[in-house]
Design a protein around this ligand. Structure first.
Ligand code: FMN
Length: 184
C-alpha cells in the first residue's frame, strides 16, 4: 500500500487529476468553478472550461468573452480561486491564483486554435449579463476582439481527499510546493 503521509505523491495526484481535465471532456477537472471578487467585494462563482494546466509554470488557463462580468471584477481584483470536486478520486482541489488578462495580438495563436463552432462563445451582443426582453434576444458574433485568455498563476494548492481517514494538505509556491498536512 502507498504511504498516506507521502506529500509529494499527494501533490502528484492533484496535478494528474487536474491535467486530465484538459484532455478528457468527461474528467471532473474539465469544468472547474471559477470564483472571483466583485467590484462590491462580493463572492461570485461560475463554471468554466479548463483549457490548459502547466505544472512547470504553475499556471492554468481559462478562455472567456471580454465583455463578461468577470472581466470587470478581474480588472479591479486580479485574483481567482478554482474549485474542483473529482468524485472518482474522492478529491477536492482548490487553486488560489493571480490572474493575468491577455487579449489581442498576444492571443492570436490561441484564437486560431479555437474551433469554428466554438468561436460564437466570444462576442455576444448585447454584452453577457445585459437584460433582454426575450430569452433569445441576443446574437453571438464570434469576434476575435472579444476573446480573452486568463492565465492564472497558482500561489497555493489545497487538496482534500475523502479517504479513510480523510487527508488534507496545503502546498504553497513560496515554499517551493513543499506542502504540509492540515486538519481536514
Ligand atoms: C459547462 C459550462 C462551461 C462553461 N465554460 C465557460 C468558459 O470556459 N468561459 C466562460 O467565460 N464562461 C463559461 N461558462 C459560462 C459561465 O458559467 C458564466 O455563465 C459566464 O461566463 C458569465 O459569467 P460572469 O457574468 O460571471 O462573467 C460555462 C458554463 C457552463 C455551464
Amino acid at each position: 500500500m502507498s504511504d498516506p503521509n507521502d506529500l509529494a505523491a499527494f501533490l502528484d495526484l492533484g496535478w494528474q487529476r487536474l491535467t486530465r481535465g484538459v484532455q478528457d471532456r468527461r474528467a471532473a477537472a474539465r469544468h472547474p468553478v471559477f470564483a472571483t471578487v466583485s467590484t462590491k467585494g462580493l463572492p461570485e462563482a461560475r463554471t468554466v472550461v479548463l483549457r490548459a494546466a502547466d505544472r512547470g509554470a504553475a499556471t492554468v488557463e481559462i478562455h472567456t468573452d471580454s465583455g463578461s462580468g468577470k472581466m470587470i471584477s478581474l480588472r479591479q481584483t486580479p485574483v481567482a480561486q478554482l474549485h474542483i470536486w473529482d468524485e472518482k478520486a474522492r478529491l477536492q482541489i482548490r487553486l488560489s491564483t493571480s490572474v493575468e488578462i491577455n487579449q489581442g495580438a498576444s492571443v492570436a495563436q490561441d484564437w486560431a486554435r479555437v474551433p469554428e463552432g466554438s468561436r460564437m462563445a466570444y462576442g455576444a451582443s448585447p454584452k453577457p449579463g445585459s437584460p433582454i426582453a426575450r430569452a433569445h434576444a441576443y446574437t453571438k458574433l464570434s469576434r476575435e476582439s472579444a476573446f480573452a485568455v486568463l492565465i492564472c498563476t497558482i500561489r497555493e494548492i489545497e487538496l482534500m481527499q475523502l479517504s479513510d481517514p480523510h487527508r488534507r494538505a496545503v502546498f504553497k509556491a513560496e515554499t517551493g510546493w513543499q506542502g504540509g498536512w492540515i486538519v481536514p
